[in-house]
Design a protein around this ligand. Structure first.
Ligand code: XBP
Ligand code: MG
Length: 256
């Protein structure tokens, strides 16, 4: 027990990072460009402009996003499923090339936070809807081989965010109690997935998600900093305007 019999706040033992939109601002100039390359290679006239793609992001998972779009554009179920599979394979190869060519940069402050967490003994994990074929090379390129103890991707989990499957897979494989783990997300779909798994959630919003409903988030900021602005949630500690380990410790203590 803490001083004066106040319960000791649970310790922060782990942080689970989302990838797209969170660690990397990858959607507008990354995935969207790769999808359009896949349409072009298939001889299809479809092209997703920035605004259209922002609306299509309501469907998580690139293959499901393609299938939903094709169904809405006159393709029957079998054709939409078959075409989505083929297009997504091409898109994934194109996006992997963009990763290898250094065209998918980290969001400012992301590498610093991951390094700080690790240096303070907080375990770091990834739970993403994205496809392992590009997730692994992206993480390796930016963080090295072993920055994340466990990486769960959309390739392993069939139920995609806002389903909690990716987060419950991390908890299940590590045996961690959700009261000791904080999730870092960028979207409402990701926030809902983290909350359904019982995790406190920091939202680091971006241009595609900043107007979404983040009810249930422990804190909403517009970046990892320095210079990050708090957008919602009780007054948080952002040393020099940065999301620091102490920020996440305080979130975990308050929300667990
Ligand atoms: C975001 C997604 C992914 C990407 C595209 O994942 O929904 O589907 O948009 O990647 P998260 P794929 O925010 O959970 O990281 O085409 O490989 O699905
Ligand atoms: Mg995301």
């Amino acid at each position: 027990m803490g001083a004066g019999n106040a319960p000791t706040p649970p310790q922060l033992l782990g942080v689970v990072f989302d990838v797209d939109g969170t660690l990397v601002d990858s959607e507008r100039d990354g995935h969207r460009v790769a999808f359009n390359r896949a349409f072009e290679e298939a001889g299809l006239s479809y092209r997703w402009d920035v605004e259209t793609y922002g609306e299509l992001l309501r469907t998580t998972g690139g293959k499901r996003r393609l299938e939903a779009f094709l169904l809405e554009h006159g393709h029957d179920e079998d054709e939409a499923a078959d075409l989505a599979l083929k297009l997504h394979e091409t898109k994934t190869a194109a996006f992997r090339d963009m990763v290898d060519d250094g065209l998918v940069p980290l969001r400012p402050g992301a590498a610093r936070l991951v390094a700080e967490l690790r240096s303070e003994g907080v375990r770091t994990f990834v739970a993403t809807t994205g496809t392992r074929a590009w997730v692994e090379p992206l993480l390796r390129r930016h963080f090295g081989a072993d920055a994340f103890e466990l990486v769960v991707t959309g390739t392993e989990v069939t139920r995609l965010k806002p389903d909690p499957a990716a987060y419950t897979a991390v908890l299940g494989e590590t045996g961690l109690d959700p009261r000791h783990v904080v999730a870092v997300e960028d979207s409402r779909n990701g926030l809902l997935a983290a909350r359904a798994a019982g995790l406190a959630c920091l939202v680091v919003a971006n241009d595609y998600t900043s107007d979404q409903d983040f009810t249930g988030a422990a804190l909403v900021v517009d970046g990892f900093g320095p210079g990050a602005r708090q957008l919602a949630g009780p007054r948080a500690s952002l040393p020099d305007g940065s999301v620091a380990v102490e920020t996440l410790r305080a979130l975990n203590a308050r929300w667990a």
